[in-house]
Design a protein around this ligand. Structure first.
Ligand code: AHR
Length: 513
């Protein structure tokens, strides 16, 4: 009798375990679009992001077009960059745009006080940035200087960029070689004004954003989308004050949020490549905090803006590790492993989940800085694991978010647990359903049952995977890639059910039509 009940208990336990990973997707529902701008990027005058990263100058031996590296542009075209935020970051609030126009050999220099104290020669300025955006076919997102600039300076920059009238600023633009206005739409009204952008209290900044935005004008048919400086991480008081007193909808159409994943402490963040399972787990756990942040900030926004007119713009996010040994600590150069790929996937899933409100996000910072897509060394280039997640997730750009429910095993480390799975399901205009699923567990493969509800006669088209042999697998110069996208066979379809055998520490894409 005892034996029988043990067998029954074990069987039912096995059954529950076997059933515990389920994804239910309503393929005929969904009303929210995942803006492609969630997949945006950020590039600051910091370390080797601009100089050596994008910009080598026309006389360089490195193949370039108008001074911009061809290999970097070609690689970034693979991931479809929808927008690029520039010139900072903290740099934005000490940048004076007029220093970066006109003949390059006559531009004044400045000290980049935030990032290594190096001399900035201003050879990459407004025209060069907009040429980069033209080559990438992306929307520019320019962050103006509110901290150490003036209302006049910001107002003139917008006039220089966007006016088609006869004016001193448009004359200057034409002298500098640009006849037509660029029509820049996305405009940041300062950066981190609670910190490096002026150490302002929220009430003071709320007044400033109203004043500045009064004088940055719409020209011709171009309507500016102004992005106010929003909170640092869980500073809900900043969000509350701005939404209450900053005239949302009129003085800004978007408000930013900055949140970086830091494994240990700001003083000792931890190595990008040398970490154990504790470093893997903690990093993913801290990344999942983005869920709570988005939920709580959106609740505040909903209170003051029930019509959902103002977008939440997560314009700085990603992993912030210690710099690579032997590199300038002010340059924030870090390697990028499979752990970074999972962090990218989890964050992107969360932005997709809250796409009703999250209208743009910008990972920091594209080339050679923080959680970069690309690393360069001289003429060499490496595509990072994070690059491949952005490439895989292209299928979600401007697709409709499909309501879905995921039930997953816990991934437990020590006394703590997080869910093992993270996912997004979306549908493109041609009816293709794309499902991305990440297995955060570094040891266990997971059998996932995916149920497609809604009666669409969907057929499995293809599947692909990003994984590596180790939690810290990475791609390096002169070596074969350890992490990239490869074909995936472990998906079986039976009617409206999919059985997916997810490898440990992986990101998988399944496509159906
Ligand atoms: O991305 C690096 C820095 O992080 C940015 O300049 C600043 O906005 C943030 O503190």
């Amino acid at each position: 009798m005892r034996l029988l009940s043990t067998i029954i208990l074990s069987f039912s336990f096995f059954y529950v375990v076997a059933q515990s990973n389920r994804l239910i997707i309503n393929t005929d529902l969904g009303s929210e679009r995942i803006s492609r701008h969630i997949y945006g990027h950020f590039s600051e005058h910091l370390g080797r992001c601009i100089y050596g990263g994008y910009w080598v100058g026309e006389d360089s031996d490195i193949p370039n077009y108008n001074g911009i590296r061809n290999d970097v542009v070609d690689a970034l075209k693979e991931i479809g960059v929808p927008n690029l935020r520039w010139p900072g970051g903290c740099f934005a609030d000490e940048y004076h745009w007029m220093d970066g126009i006109g003949p390059r050999d006559q531009r004044p220099t400045m000290i980049n006080t935030n990032w290594g104290g190096v001399t900035e020669d201003n050879s990459f300025g407004t025209h060069e940035f907009l040429e980069l955006c033209r080559q990438l076919d992306c929307e520019p997102v320019i962050c103006g200087n509110l901290g150490s600039g003036s209302v006049r300076e910001m107002s003139q920059w917008v006039e220089y960029l966007n006016s088609d009238n006869v004016s001193p600023m448009t004359d200057l633009r034409k002298v500098n070689g640009q006849e037509e206005p660029w029509g820049v739409k996305y405009w940041g009204v300062g950066n981190e004004n609670w910190g490096c952008g002026g150490n302002m209290p929220p009430g003071y900044y709320a007044n400033e954003v109203r004043r500045y935005s009064t004088f940055i004008k719409n020209y011709g048919g171009n309507r500016l989308y102004k992005i106010a400086c929003g909170p640092n991480s869980a500073d809900y008081n900043w969000m509350e004050t701005l939404m209450k007193n900053g005239a949302p909808g009129r003085s800004f159409q978007g408000i930013s949020l900055h949140y970086y994943t830091v494994c240990n402490t700001w003083a000792q963040k931890g190595s990008a490549t040398e970490f154990d399972e504790g470093g893997w787990f903690t990093t993913l756990k801290k990344t999942l905090f983005m869920d709570e942040l988005l939920k709580k900030h959106i609740n505040i926004m909903d209170k003051y803006d029930p019509q959902n007119r103002v977008g939440l713009i997560v314009d700085e996010w990603g992993n912030w590790h210690d710099v690579e040994p032997g590199t300038n600590p002010g340059f924030l150069y870090q390697q990028n492993t499979l752990r970074d790929a999972l962090v990218a996937a989890v964050n992107l899933d969360l932005f997709n989940k809250y796409c009703r409100r999250v209208k743009m996000a910008n990972i920091a910072q594209t080339v050679n800085v923080l959680q970069a897509m690309i690393l360069t060394k001289g003429s060499q280039l490496v595509r990072t694991p994070s690059f491949y997640v952005f490439k895989m997730y292209k299928v979600h750009h401007d697709a409709t978010l499909l309501p879905s429910v995921i039930k997953s095993d816990k991934y437990t480390f020590g006394e703590e647990s997080i869910p093992s799975l993270s996912a997004t399901a979306s549908k493109t205009d041609d009816g293709t359903v794309n499902i991305t699923i990440s297995n955060l567990n570094p040891h266990n493969e997971i059998d996932l049952t995916c149920e497609l509800r809604g009666g669409d006669k969907l057929k499995l088209q293809s599947a692909s995977v990003i994984t590596g042999s180790k939690i810290n697998s990475y791609n390096d110069f002169g070596k074969a890639e350890e992490v990239n996208i490869s074909g995936f066979e472990e998906v079986k379809q039976k009617g409206n059910k999919l059985s997916i055998h997810l490898p440990s520490k992986s990101v998988v894409l399944v496509r159906l039509k």
